[in-house]
Design a protein around this ligand. Structure first.
Ligand SMILES: *[C@@H]1O[C@H](CO)[C@@H](O)[C@H](O)[C@H]1NC(C)=O
Length: 276
């Protein structure tokens, strides 16, 4: 398949570059994976190697882990006993300070209730479960949930699920357990689902029928090109050997019935053998 290998690889290369393994700027990982913590919990913040954890709190801006609020080995930062004044925005920053990841709001409750919500923005259309956790007892208690200060529902077992979230679900959420208190507020952000070709090629979803078209078109044109190439070869061959013309003409009549590149390829292989 030498004639098609170059266009094919060009096509593949363009496909790969357009789908793009998105080089996300070294995101911050929080362990345990929550954005709210009880006072005195141990929290570990992890950046990629070569990046450092920084934060903005009421006590200072852009301070590094090694500035006294955590213990660090460079890219990982541990806060052994997190306190209320550790509430703030945390992010990863490159050593040079030229680039930074998106930031995450961490909140520390001085009370005995926290809301467990997604740390990172959620994808539009996803279901999102909110959990209200009391410090004691550790099993879940009935909770009330609030969005931007308004009551949105009860969770008899401490959970509430937002179905098929959209941008209208964005806001500040908190929960309340009767007799235990209220959690801090955490923001839920909703990411817009991109529906361009390159994205749907990576994850064929319900609209996968539209995916086949951009894939089929280049393959079809490759097939056409290949058949043209084959025809030219045939003509050259027939011209140089007029005696076997009739035999070839018979074969040529069967050509339109064949379909696909592989059939044509096999045919070409036969020809080359005959030529030798
Ligand atoms: C941190 O605070 C500084 C100073 O107020 C501000 O310029 C910067 O944008 C803040 N960083 C984040 C991630 O919010």
């Amino acid at each position: 398949m030498r004639p098609t290998s170059l266009p094919a690889s060009l096509f593949l290369a363009s496909l790969l570059s357009s789908t793009g393994v998105k080089v996300s700027p070294a995101a911050l990982t929080v362990s345990p994976s929550r954005s709210q913590f009880f006072k005195d919990e141990s929290v570990t913040l992890i950046c990629e190697v070569g990046w450092t954890v920084r934060r903005n709190t009421t006590k200072g801006t852009r301070t590094e882990c090694k500035d006294g609020w955590g213990t660090t080995d460079g890219s990982t930062c541990n806060i052994p006993y997190i306190l209320q004044h550790d509430t703030g925005l945390y992010w990863c920053e490159s050593m040079s300070g030229s680039s930074s990841s998106s930031s995450i709001q961490l909140s520390v409750s001085g009370g005995s209730v926290i809301l467990q919500s997604p740390v990172l923005p959620v994808m539009e259309g996803d279901d999102v479960t909110l959990s209200c956790r009391a410090k004691n007892p550790t099993h879940n208690l009935p909770a009330a949930f609030y969005k931007d200060g308004s009551f949105i529902g009860d969770g008899p077992s401490g959970h509430m699920t937002l179905l098929h979230v959209s941008s209208s679900d964005e806001g500040l959420y908190k929960c309340n357990v009767k007799g235990h208190g209220e959690s801090p507020s955490s923001r839920i952000s909703v990411k817009e689902k991109l529906t361009n070709i390159s994205d749907s090629t990576v994850t064929p979803g319900p609209g996968s029928s539209s995916v086949s078209l951009p894939v089929l078109l280049p393959s079809a044109s490759l097939c056409v090109l290949f058949f043209l190439f084959l025809l030219v070869q045939l003509v050259v061959y027939l011209y140089s050997k007029p005696k076997v013309m009739k035999e070839e003409e018979e074969r040529m009549t069967s050509l339109p019935e064949t379909s696909g590149c592989s059939r044509g390829n096999r045919r070409k292989a036969n020809q080359e053998q005959e030529m030798l």
